[in-house]
Design a protein around this ligand. Sequence first.
Ligand code: DX5
Ligand code: ZN
Length: 218
Amino acid sequence: PASPRINPSILSADFANMQAELARISGADFVHVDVMDNHFVPNLTFGPQMVERIQATSPIPLDVHLMIDDPDRWAPGYAELGAASVTFHLEAADDPIALARRLRAIGARAGVAVKPDTAADPLFEHLAEFDQILVMTVEPGFGGQAFRPETMPKLRGLADEARRRGADVWLQVDGGISLETIGVAAEAGADTFVAGSAVFGSADVDAAIAGLRDAAAA
Ligand code: DX5
Ligand code: ZN
């Protein structure tokens, strides 16, 4: 893509120094905020109270990724606290379309995510209901896992459908995105890239973001 979006994931940041960590990534497009509930995924991070403080502190808009059960109940609260984008999992939602409409009505971009083994075909008919589709490129729950290239045909299928239907939807990838893998995902149709360890594990965060952006645009 011409101007790929790079969204660093604060899952790999120092949670005790969140304000400084947010300041480090002010050159990125969005800050990716991973909410985990230890039910939908076997890990636990934080909830609305923490995300409200991140929203108040961050120099860039929030891209909230909800790895939680019952997003129908919880997701609107993240839109209400001001998150620019709220993405819930298709596997967890009772009524994904109604939920996306509620998120948009509050003023957030509405995103839906699929785990590596979840098919995206059921979304084809409804691409216009979403602002972002997140194709997970690892099993959600932890940073630092290896990119799963077998998810690329699904991404390619979504990109083809979006083009065919003229849908204005961002295609995001999350998990194992690095200088080595970002080109593969970009080539398959991703335009929005989450990177945790590849950004926060780098001594020069600005250079890491710029390097990823260049590699995605190449
Ligand atoms: C994993 C999270 C990711 C994670 C990515 O379940 O959704 O956002 O932070 O981390 P890396 O880029 O290290 O794979
Ligand atoms: Zn994530």
